[in-house]
Write a protein that binds this ligand. Sequence first.
Ligand code: BES
Ligand code: ZN
Length: 640
Amino acid sequence: MSKQPLIKLPPVLEKLAPKQSPELDYSTNLNYRSFFVGLTNLDFAVNFEKKALIGFVEYELERKDDAEAVFLDVTTVSVSSVEIDGKPTQFSIKTEGLNNKLGNALVVPLQKDTKKFVLKVGFESLPSLTALQFLDKAQTDGKKAGYLFSQSEPIHARLIFPCFDTPGVKTPYKVRVVLPQKTLVSCLPDSEAQEKETDKNVYHFKQPVPIPAYLFAIVSGDIEGAKIGPRSTIYTEPVGLERCAAEFKDEVVEKFLGVLENLLFPYEWSTYDFVVAPMAFPYGGMENPQLTLANLTVVSGDGENIDVIAHELAHSYSGNLVTNASWEHFWLNEGWTVYLERRILAGLHGEKYRHFSAIIGWQDLEESIDQMDKKYTKLIQNLKDGSDPDDAFSTVPYEKGFNFLFHLENVVGGTSEFDPFIRHYFTTFRKTSLDTYQFIECLLSFYYHTNYSIYEKLLEVDYETWLLKEGLPPKPQFDTSLVDVCISLGDKYYSFLKSANGEPIDFTQFPDLETSDYSSNQLVVFLDHILTLHKKHDFLNSDNGRAMLRYISSYLRIVKNLNAEVRFRMYRLFMLAREQKEYDSFAEWLGTVGRMKFVRPGYMLLNECDRKLAISTFERFKGRYHPICVAMVKKDISLD
Ligand code: BES
Ligand code: ZN
């Protein structure tokens, strides 16, 4: 691709743009800009008794300046030895003068004349609360073997192995793992190395596409795979495999891939495999290459939560191939991914569905911005004081990010004008990491060179509001056709209740509204609307809560629905109505989901209704949740 002359940024951004792009990552203790990192070579054994990874990591490095030492991020990792080009060398662990939230630094002094070298570090990961989850047999579904899964985004890879833990550094990987059971890492199998291997407990992998440390992941346990398309295998514990695979029938993942390849360019990662993780996995999904981890709630029985997989798959382009250079620009990962996820929806089901999903997202955004610390509601975050990127995590980078891109799409004149830019952007930054300023520069320069009148329109965009200001952005125009029916049903309900004017309500008189053709996601919108109306008018109570639902034709579909999004809202409605009969059932349900999206607000709600029950329920189930989730719930309901 020919390099085009640089275009000036709008003045509000020009003022903030760093002298050298991409902007420095402030969420690491490294001097990473002083080195070119060519390859990461990991070689370790998993020790289930010690709950540790023990082995070596090797980096091919080239010094670019006169840095006196090389730094690696380490938190709960002990370092046993360091070699440079095969020779043992001095090292120290620096803990002083660093921000503890970011962990420690392994410091390896360098000789003056060292330029290209291989750095080899012996390490053992210590039990950590966030990165590695070792489950005992008893905590698995099949109860046959221990289970290990990891979660590194945003800055937990440094709790697994000494690494360049910044999304600004990407390298190919070679991995050798010693383990007596099925093991997957976020790489392809290295069949060449495997063929030469004589030890059947040794697995070889390679990742030819450069990836940042936060995308390194491992899963090990009694897992089995089923092919669900020409390029895709789903893995899970054998007992759940059939049900999980059935959720992805008709090669739907291949269809998702087809939409992306059509919009962008051929898929670069060969395969798209994913694992439906044990209940404790705290997120909906995590996009490790070749090893997406997905929460059990993705398999809802109605195929209506598989958009989580569309999302994680879309990360193959946005996030994994084109990466935010620091967590301040996290919206480049997530906003773009939500945008692509919704383009997949449009490709499969039509434009209306894209808007439907965007409206649900907008409601989410309104609600979170209302509740959260306003300093984290900006699209470009400020983490320069060493704030923990996990603290800045919210819906904002996802939905404000999506809406910004959707706004740009509209400004340039719709998808037909926007798509060539999308392709250009992902091609330009393929296999690299960038910041928001580079993105805007790329946008302006693309239209400057291809369509000047669009370029002029883009200069009018209020970048300050979108990227730098707190709070909700301007609301775009959405096609509301799929939500209108759900909203008006909610409105009818409410006015029916109001018309009773405090008299006992005869629900048999409730107009029979046909809702049986609603999708689960439409039921979600309907229930959300009732909840919003309740917030305004406080009308739900134990006389009308359940009764109200009972008279819609979808009642059974709601109360029997396994879709966690529907179920959670149903319980929310019951709880707000103070339907005491439902408290226990809600508490039991909270013991079956591990996704923080449900668990955290779930306990807060139960706590509001019945603190004793919330505490006893949490005590009963806390062993099932991920430690991050346990810590969050404790904070949420003030248990410490
Ligand atoms: N990359 C995220 C998960 C993540 C982000 C983990 C930051 C840790 C720190 C993943 O792609 C994601 O966004 N998951 C969502 C899925 C949803 C938006 C479809 C989730 O977990 O809810
Ligand atoms: Zn994501």
